[in-house]
Design a protein around this ligand. Sequence first.
Ligand code: CA
Length: 223
Amino acid sequence: MRILLVEDDLALSEALSKSLRKQGYAVNCVFNGKDAIAALASDDCNLMILDLGLPDMDGLTLLDKIRKQKNNIPTLILTARDSTSDKIQGLDKGADDYLPKPFEMSELLARLRVMERRLGTSQQSLVSCGPVSLDITHHLVIINDQPVETSRREFTLLKSLMENLGRIQSKQQLESKLYEWGDEVASNTIEVHIHNLRKKLPNEFIKTVRGVGYSINQRAYPG
Ligand code: CA
């Protein structure tokens, strides 16, 4: 589950993303409306946590804008404004839930779990290609019906490749997936993990596209 966190309060953003990552969420932090819109256009986030008081635009304006563009990302609004009219306005503009500041982290996590459950039915939890399947919910790699141990980073990279069948993932794209977990990524990190993954995967399952990146070898492993 990947969360787009739109919050301009740096300290709060840092504290929230740290707690969320600890719970196993991947978090993409942006600090203003403009970057949020760009992230929504380019990333595949599953859920947005949106602060209403942003430096460049009102969170409600942002929400209105993206809903008009038919972006239905489930959205939890955070706000210091604790008035009923704001709440109603937020829900009218297409927010799914609303949490007034200050709040307890446990309360936020509980709300997210509810939203996730609602999402659950539409979320794909199993991704397969040839003999390899990923159980996204349980972070499990299954090869020829046998579970195979992978590290979190290896799983993240394999998932990114398998969710993008037929597309090449550049090294930078793969690195950004690891950054979402708050990981430090050294210059050879991707090569090292791909090397280790290959030892666990069927022959030539991951293809190197020289100078570009990596993809799943669909010619060798169709469907
Ligand atoms: Ca704010």
